[in-house]
Write a protein that binds this ligand. Structure first.
Ligand code: AMP
Length: 396
């Protein structure tokens, strides 16, 4: 189990608290406005808790990929504005994230004030986990809180280095993510069913291997199913296959926990309006490609899922972006909301699909971390969590 402090362990009153949040919100490609403020909303409980306890709340985050340079379109001003609207109080945006001017601004903060530092990744030292930069961040505060689950798989200055210098705690979001997903990976209620989909086996190979040790069944969909189906010696037509992974897929198939589609929705080309038909897995016509799991597969998967007590799902089961090929992902998401089970969705695309179809709020947990949740399912220790554990040993 993890051993680190949480917000309730901190005596934050009157203290300067540096809070790493994940405000890396998607921006509209045309207007550069915030396209979805979910990530800001997810950290509101932590921010409100600290402000109500009269801490000076100093938030920091990255936004996009400025690659160590100042990029005006990636400044945090609009994020601070939206945060202020959501909090119902002003969140002042500072012009940098380290340095004397920032220190002066912080010295002028009153208890309960909220400020947001400028984009951390304007400094190359952030991603380099530079020791000196970590110290400069630490100089701004008395305490450190990590609430950026989506960035916990990165050992950056603001997620890793800084925790060496300050008494540190997990924010409510990080705590919640670890509680729900940690239980599933360490001590799941059984039957435990995994569902994996998405584009590639190669991206998820470590997740497959780790989940196979823990689950009772592993249901496969998405494009990755076709590499397994090819490994079984079947014709997959023009479906997306990773030829380099077929041998590995063959080996994995010795594990009888893996369950594959028995039918698919095939298309004559990759397009939202392509001609489509439902075909048995043994009858994919040459030139046609499977873009969704078929109705018999959906029924099989429901039959396996209906008694589950824990379900972990990562990767869409078809090309859910196209209405014609969204049914498998949609129907399995809907079915999960009817179960008396802990249902966990991780990975950016799957979370987006659950959100799009309106089921996100009815699942037990939709992780805010794409890469972070995948690494968690791989059984890896996340550097951001490790840093909190080390800080706990040092500062208690
Ligand atoms: P990933 O990032 O690995 O989770 O992959 C997600 C992407 O896989 C989504 O954009 C889906 O459209 C795509 N995908 C799912 N099923 C298929 C399929 N059968 N053929 C091609 N792409 C697929």
């Amino acid at each position: 189990m993890h051993k680190f402090l949480t917000l309730n362990d901190l005596d934050a009153k009157g203290k300067r608290v540096l809070v790493r949040v994940d405000f890396n919100v998607p921006l509209d490609k045309k207007t550069n406005e915030i396209a979805d403020d979910k990530r800001i909303r997810e950290s509101l409980p932590t921010i409100k808790f600290l402000a109500e306890r009269n801490a000076k709340v100093i938030l920091c985050s990255h936004l996009g990929r400025p690659d160590g340079k100042v990029v005006d379109s990636l400044r945090m001003d609009k994020v601070a504005l939206r945060l202020g609207q959501l909090l119902g109080r002003k969140a002042k945006k500072l012009n940098d994230c380290v340095g004397d001017e920032v220190k002066r601004e912080i010295a002028g903060m009153n208890n309960g004030d909220v400020a947001l530092l400028e984009n951390l990744r304007f400094h190359p030292e952030e991603e380099a986990n530079d020791e000196n930069f970590s110290e400069q961040l630490a100089e701004l505060a008395d305490l450190y809180v990590n609430d950026a689950f989506g960035t916990c798989h990165r050992a950056h200055a603001s997620t890793y280095g800084v925790a060496k210098h300050l008494r540190s705690a997990a924010g409510f979001l990080v705590e919640k993510e670890l509680r729900v997903m940690g239980k599933a990976m360490e001590n799941p209620d059984k039957p435990f069913i995994g569902i994996l989909g998405g584009a590639k086996i190669s991206d998820k190979i470590k997740v497959i291997e780790n989940l196979l040790k823990k689950v009772d069944k592993l249901l496969i969909g998405g494009a990755m199913a076709f590499t397994f189906i090819k490994a079984e010696g079947k014709n997959v037509g023009a479906s997306k296959v990773e030829d380099g992974q077929v041998d590995l897929a063959k080996k994995l198939l010795y594990n009888k926990k893996i369950v594959l589609p028995v039918d698919v929705v095939a298309a004559n080309h990759f397009d939202a309006n392509a001609d489509s038909k439902i075909v048995d897995i043994n009858d994919i016509p040459n030139g046609w490609l499977g873009l969704d799991i078929g109705p018999k597969t959906i029924e099989n998967y429901k039959e396996i899922l209906k008694n589950a007590k824990t379900v972990v799902w990562s990767g869409p089961l078809g090309v859910f972006e196209f209405e014609k090929f969204a049914n498998g992902t949609k129907e399995i998401a809907r079915f999960l909301t009817t179960l008396k089970a802990t249902t966990i969705v991780g990975g950016g695309d799957t979370a987006a699909a659950a959100e799009k179809f309106g089921y996100a709020g009815k699942l037990t947990h939709v992780s805010t971390g794409g890469g972070a949740s995948l690494e968690f399912f791989e059984g890896k220790k996340l550097p951001g969590i490790e840093a909190l554990e080390e800080s706990y040993k040092k500062f208690k």
